[in-house]
Write a protein that binds this ligand. Structure first.
Ligand SMILES: [Zn+2]
Length: 194
């Protein structure tokens, strides 16, 4: 039998024992970016990933997937624009203009064509590193050239088949460059969010 004194002693001892504390994590670690968040937070402070519920994290994953698809589309648009720039550069370097140029200005025209060809090659390779400024520059240059061409063909009273085809090709190329420009802009936005 335990004496009253002993019972008191045991009670005192057990009072000194560390009480089991409600186990609440000191911090919530984000499953997406490993950022340490405060426990009461619902979303990661660093990346916005849901910390508490599963459903939220599923919709988050869906959003990420959507962005990846959008990124792929935008990148393809930029790629198409770059291909167009290479095509223009190659076309100019082949000296097609030599055939159509008036005989007394042939050399100047060929020189100009080669210069422009080099410029478009540079713009195309620049678009790998900085697609937005490269495509914007190309777009402005092409707009300028097409306007000059349209005005020139307007001054010649007879509208030739070649003239119309030239304008149509110019417009088609401009469209591809414009879509690439749009894509480059989207890429910068999406990459900021991802
Ligand atoms: Zn995070």
């Amino acid at each position: 039998m335990l004496s009253e004194e002993n019972i008191l002693y045991i009670q005192q001892i057990s009072a000194l024992q560390p009480q089991p504390v409600q186990t609440k994590p000191a911090a919530l670690i984000c499953h997406h970016c490993n950022y340490v968040n405060e426990t009461e937070f619902l979303y990661c402070t660093n990346c916005g990933y849901p910390l508490q519920n599963k459903q939220g994290s599923n919709s988050y994953k869906q959003r990420i997937e959507q962005r990846k698809t959008a990124l792929l589309k935008a990148e393809n648009a930029v790629l198409a624009a770059r291909v167009v720039l290479y095509i223009i550069a190659s076309f100019l370097s082949l000296g097609f203009f030599f055939i159509f140029a008036e005989s007394n200005r042939k050399y100047i025209v060929v020189l100009m064509a080669l210069l422009l060809s080099g410029l478009f090659f540079l713009l195309a390779s620049w678009s790998r590193k900085n697609p937005f400024p490269a495509l914007l520059t190309s777009f402005i240059m092409l707009i300028a050239f097409s306007t000059i061409n349209i005005f020139r063909s307007l001054t010649i009273s007879t509208i030739t088949f070649r003239g119309i085809t030239g304008i149509l090709i110019c417009l088609a190329l401009l469209m591809v460059i414009l879509r690439g420009l749009q894509g480059a802009y989207r890429i910068s936005l999406i990459k900021e969010e991802l």
